[in-house]
Design a protein around this ligand. Sequence first.
Ligand SMILES: Cc1cc2nc3c(=O)[nH]c(=O)nc-3n(C[C@H](O)[C@H](O)[C@H](O)COP(=O)(O)O)c2cc1C
Length: 204
Amino acid sequence: MKVLIVYHSLYGHVLRMARAAEEGVSSVRDVEAVLRRVEEFEDTQKKLEQDEFGRPVWEKQKDIAVCTLNDLKDSAGLLIGSPTRYGNMTAQMKKLVDSTATLWQEGAMEGKPAGFFTSTATTHGGQETTLITMMIPFLHLGMIVTGVPYSAQGMLHTDARGGTPYGATTIAGQQNELQPTAEDLDIARALGRRVAETAKKLNM
Ligand SMILES: Cc1cc2nc3c(=O)[nH]c(=O)nc-3n(C[C@H](O)[C@H](O)[C@H](O)COP(=O)(O)O)c2cc1C
């Protein structure tokens, strides 16, 4: 059984969260984690290649396969990660979402669990709104939204870091200078594990 992790990331924060979610999925027996990125816009890619901070991240992820509709169809569960753009997912991620009409018609995603993760520059920069607005199209596709329970390690806190019941999060900093904390990555792992376990139970 495959569980797909699809992400978009320019400066590596969501990429690190995706890798942690992938580890969580892989920790569940008989579940294969499949990591995919969304297609980058040509103009953004050109800018990244000229950007001292963006280029190393692009180099790290350019060989990760781009998500296709077949990847979505073949998955028993899904984790979706996007950086925040004004409290919403990125246009690159939305492009993938808006290409799923045939999957909607076929009911191909119905009944599968989906979990969400994001990154913001600032503490109150819209983590929850991004997670919730990302959920909406996947509810239309008939998926079962999976959050993070407060029993997960690191969820009850008042620190300047991520961790929400709506999904896994991290704070990148205004100049993208921060990195996901150990707790942020643990919560992303827990979400990956939870989606994989739920997919497995639903397919018993
Ligand atoms: C057009 C634009 C809009 C953004 N909107 C927000 C926002 O609403 N709140 C916020 O905290 N950060 C915002 N950011 C910062 C990004 O969310 C941040 O760079 C990202 O989370 C880093 O993730 P990445 O390293 O995976 O690319 C915005 C960035 C851009 C370019």
